[in-house]
Design a binder for this molecule. Sequence first.
Ligand code: ADP
Length: 490
Amino acid sequence: MRYIIALDAGTTSIRAFVYDLVQKKFVHGARREAGQSFPQPGWVEQDANEIYYMAAYVLNDCVRFAGVEQIAGIGIANQRETTVLWNRETGEPICPAIGWQCRRTSDWCAALDGETRALIAARTGLVPDAYFSAGKIVWALQNVPSARRLALAGKLCAGTVDSYLIYKLTEGRSFVTDVTNASRTMLFDIRALRWDEELLRRFDIPRAVLPTVVSSDARMGETQLKGRRIPVAGAAGDQQAALFGQACLDTGESKITYGTGLFMLFHTGERCVASSHGLLSTIACRIGGKTTYALEGSMFHAGSGVQWLRDGLGLISSAAESERIAQSVPNTGGVYFVPAFTGLGAPYWDPAARGLFSGITRGTERAHLVRAVLESIAYGARDLTDCMQRDSGSTLTAIRCDGGACANNFLMQFQADVLGVPVDRPVERESTAMGAALLCAVSLGLADLQEVARLRVSERVFAPSAKSAERSETFYRAYRAAVARALLRP
Ligand code: ADP
């Protein structure tokens, strides 16, 4: 059998790719948009049925391309934290899926007492927040009329998107989730690798509504496609899948995804490192019985600043154009941008902070502003890497990049200069799907970890230039001064 299908169930689109085990690359892809609804300010919902139907559609498209006889298995990567509640007997969702961005449980989170918050940090590695699944399950148990009744009757399932898709694909035979998805629920003890009884008791969530937690390389079950039973094998949350797809397998190896927001994962090997800067500790993956960990940090806004230049200010006509415009000036002329559109995360943690341009003079031109917005993305990544190195005591040796904005050569070079380490861009930029494909290959015994490391091919490595090192430090300090002005917390 020649092919593996990687299913990438993202927030705004569901995609599937055919990975060719002979050519060692993707040879086909299919995509469907997924809807989101916003029934109240701050609420985000999705239709879980739609997510499943879209997944079935793109899978079938890939099966048509590859031929069902040639498919060895299906691996899954998915948007994390989004929570689906469904009837165990019928497989029907009992309410809309509650999206990861949904803020409906903010008040519930804010009301958690100090002891519970400390317990959450110690057991789950997370900073309590409405993103994570726990509050979403609590909300449903309290507000969806049938939820508690079904739970008491042992007929309720509550899981993340991987769990729901695997349940549907296996026609209800497998109710499982992988460890990386479990580690984003705020209910999972990431060291002991089990649902935390104490947190479940405090939140009044019955253990029986949750899936069985399995390794990232587990065989989850089988799905029926055109009369054949095909293994569903290998699953991980999207960021962890990308880390694996980028072959970050060991301590210090890190990837940054430059998308709408910026997501960084810093591998800490078999050590689960607690952050003193408000970063998250999370499971990187569990493969071959070995659990590895990562520190995770994110910027809420990265590429979205470039979108704002285009759509909000009309300063550029396309995101790609930002590269040429930024390079038309030698520097920003002392202008700094702080992308605090919706507050600032690690290491500042000020939800009230708002964005600003500083250092504007009569000589400031459009190109300076555009360049300052791109540079701010690199400075934000520097904020995160500094924290991660301090927390872990490990040194960053290189960054592997992906996401839409990694196409920007100016940004990648500037990033290398600001971090003082090479930024390595792969040929295959669909790291998340690549992670799902490779987890599946490992699960089925078609590849091992050495092979995964070999499969990643660099397209271009941006080396930090020695002559810019000192200048970059000065710029970065000036950026921090601009951030200090953007902070509003007392
Ligand atoms: P997401 O998966 O978060 O939707 P993508 O990985 O598709 O995001 O990346 C899209 C983002 O990247 C957009 O915010 C866009 O402004 C930005 N982007 C895309 N191409 C470039 C580029 N050449 N230079 C700078 N930013 C870019």
